[in-house]
Design a protein around this ligand. Sequence first.
Ligand code: SAM
Ligand code: SF4
Length: 367
Amino acid sequence: MPVIRHLYFHIPFCPKLCPYCSFYVETGSKNKTTAFLDALLREVELAKAGHDLRPQTIYFGGGTPSALTGEQLEYLLGGLRARLDFSGLTEWTFEVNPATVRAEKARLLKGAGVTRISLGVQSWDDALLKTLGRVHDAAQAEETFVTLRGAGFDNINIDLMFAVPGQSLTQWEATLAKTIALRPEHVSSYCLTYEEDTAYFRQLQLGTFRQDDERDATLFEMTMDALPAAGFAQYEISNYARPGRESAHNNAYWLGADYLGFGPSAFSTVCLRRWQALPDTAEYTRRILAGESVEHFVEELSPATRAGEIAAFAVRTREGIAGRDLARWPGMMEEFAALGFLEKRGDRVVLTRRGKMMADSVAEAFV
Ligand SMILES: C[S@@+](CC[C@H](N)C(=O)[O-])C[C@H]1O[C@@H](n2cnc3c(N)ncnc32)[C@H](O)[C@@H]1O
Ligand code: SF4
């Protein structure tokens, strides 16, 4: 039986749909039921029949896992504890939208054993938060950060987004400064992507929004300067951590470890098999509880495809790729080194600062 050490749970509920977001989420509460929680717990039991689950990392993402009520969280997290061996668990991350957590819920999460919080702040600028369609303002995000600290969380990530329509260099400078002043352990700084089937994508097509590559490159450079100067190492293109505070769960993905995902739309990869659960909460719940399969998409990866995926992740990390692994892609090092995008560091090959600006193109070359 394959041993699985990394588990992901997709909680598809959000207070409101953000216009840039393409994750599978729903905003009503009609499927936010005990039956859905039972389906998640049942899915864990089903997985145990075919896999040896020994979680080292658990990640609750979405969607907004913190959108569940206190009662629902107690039921779900207690149910998981009864079904899984937590003795080897070193990191349990919970994604939080600032509008959804007050002191009581923060204490509940801490008491349940959650070790790490990922707080979706996006910006400390109220005007930009409006542009992003967020349900919270900057003051509420700060209050939630303080509340989480007060509940005892000593490992908090702040999610930020740059390249937002209308965002100025000054606004980003202030957001970076405010983030640093709060002293989180980790910062994820994502470049906004215009995902198909989002309101933002349509506005880009209509010309209401315009991309400004030069400004976005400057915003990225500002991040790469400000966060390391404040003690955060850029250990992946979008991720910065204080020493020892890198996300073990994300590192496991990037190293190509096997993982199981639970919940609607969640992906799993075990050996060379990848599958995704149905992105439909009601149907997911019905099928799991009826003992039917929820597989929506299955793919058998070839070893070469999987190696390419892992290299594409690895090249975006601080450790880069082992020089000998690059032998699979003849000429790649020479081509990217000549462009000034890749360089050798000991027996590893890593992105240069210029290469980091082109990380997506370099990574794509491996897949
Ligand atoms: C599942 S959400 C985090 C938790 C919670 N749902 C929230 O938004 O506060 C994960 C993160 O992905 C990032 N994200 C979502 N859509 C994005 C997009 N189109 N481009 C770049 N980053 C995006 C945001 O920073 C967001 O915080
Ligand atoms: S960004 Fe977060 S809160 Fe907004 S729709 Fe996506 S998952 Fe939900």
